[in-house]
Design a protein around this ligand. Structure first.
Ligand code: AN7
Length: 366
């Protein structure tokens, strides 16, 4: 833990950078892996898609220590758990929360229990939970079932729940909004992001509002969230019993922060919309090939959403008449390497050739 070796250089994470906005005190031991401070990448090709001299930035959360935005919330949740004397943490997860919880628990030297929907966790994420030494339980059920079990175990046993129903998680995650304002000099006009359990949209909205209250910014953005067509409870305004989507991270039918998400959307004059699995995979490929940013399918939902806002009359929010030179931020939440299965299919087309210049030239297509 930081602080015990104060003379040595150590990684600075979101707690040290934004301490005054977080529920930590002088005696809170900081469990950090150097999360946050992720790139806000100006994307010229995406900006061209929008036109009207708009600027599109991608907040690349895949560069966090375990490859997703969850690390921002986990550093706060685990630090607070340790401060309260916890010996174990527990979470339900579609993959990224479990990877992050397992890593921060390992760093803190405590047990991490993860409850996962069997067969529905992307390969890289499940690998991470094993690598960091979590106690892993797979259930015949989906994320919503897993979260129900975690809530009960959290009440009955000595486990601290580190899902986003824990307010320390939301507090940590709001730092992403602070970083965006710090880089741009003010809040953007629009913020697009994928929505699953709805913790992140809740956290961003909290962060933007707090920064405006503290006069770090003059405005707040409209929040526009995207769910997958087969897992869109907020869009349809009803619980989805059997959510389905290739974007397994957001395969959630009964989001814990449902009400907060609705408040964020209403107060910011934003919107919630749906994107199809096919569109998600196309946007994932487009972003990697045109901007050099490789994200997991759930993250690509934000990019798909941007395209939909630009050119669809059916979009819940149309960008066709937005003010000239609007600033748009899309959060891409997790790294593409976590979920390699779809891309591995393409790799099977690779056929080796003989090690001669002639054969290699032919393979290149020269
Ligand atoms: C890459 O790991 O819910 O709306 O258990 O991994 O805050 O839930 C992950 C969610 C978006 C949705 N993108 O964020 C989990 C989990 C990625 C994610 C979301 C998740 P929330």
């Amino acid at each position: 833990m930081e602080g015990t070796t104060s003379k040595l250089p150590h990684c600075t994470g979101v707690i040290e950078r934004y301490r005054q906005y977080l529920p930590v005190g002088k005696s809170t031991p900081i469990v950090s892996l150097g999360e946050g401070n992720t790139p806000l990448v100006y994307c010229s090709h995406l900006s061209n898609q929008v036109g009207r001299s708009c600027e599109v930035f991608v907040k690349n959360e895949g560069t966090n220590p375990t490859g997703s935005f969850k690390d921002r919330g986990m550093t706060v949740a685990v630090s607070k758990a340790i401060e309260r004397g916890a010996r174990a943490i527990i979470c339900a997860s579609t993959g990224n929360t479990s990877a992050s919880a397992a890593a921060y628990a390992a760093r803190a030297g405590i047990l991490c229990v993860v409850i996962l929907p069997a067969g529905k966790i992307a390969t890289g994420k499940l690998m991470q939970a094993f690598a960091y030494g979590a106690k892993i339980v797979a259930i015949h059920g989906n994320f919503d079932h897993a979260l129900r079990i975690v809530r009960e175990l959290g009440d009955r046993e000595e486990f601290v729940i580190v899902n986003s129903i824990n307010p320390d998680r939301i507090a940590g995650q709001k730092t992403a909004a602070f970083e965006i304002v710090d880089v741009l000099g003010d809040a953007p006009d629009f913020h697009l992001l994928p929505v699953g359990n709805a913790g992140n949209i809740t956290a961003y909205w909290m962060g933007y509002r707090e920064y405006r209250t503290h006069q770090e910014s003059t405005r707040v953005p409209s929040m526009i969230g995207f769910q997958a067509t087969g897992a869109a409870p907020i869009f349809h305004n009803r619980v989805i019993e059997k959510p389905e989507t290739i974007a397994s991270a957001i395969r959630i039918g009964n989001p814990a922060s449902w009400k907060h998400a609705c408040a964020a959307i209403a107060e910011s004059r934003g919107a919630i919309d749906v994107v199809s699995d096919q569109q998600i995979l196309e946007a994932q490929s487009w972003l990697a090939k045109h901007e050099g940013i490789f994200v997991e399918p759930a993250s690509a939902a934000a990019i798909t959403g941007l395209f939909k806002c630009c050119d669809s009359n059916e979009a819940a929010y149309s960008f066709q008449k937005i003010p000239e030179a609007s600033r748009i931020v899309c959060t891409v939440t997790g790294h593409g390497l976590k979920d390699p299965d779809a891309i591995i299919q393409q790799m099977k087309e690779l056929q080796p050739v003989d090690p001669t210049v002639k054969d290699v030239r032919r393979a290149i297509g020269l």
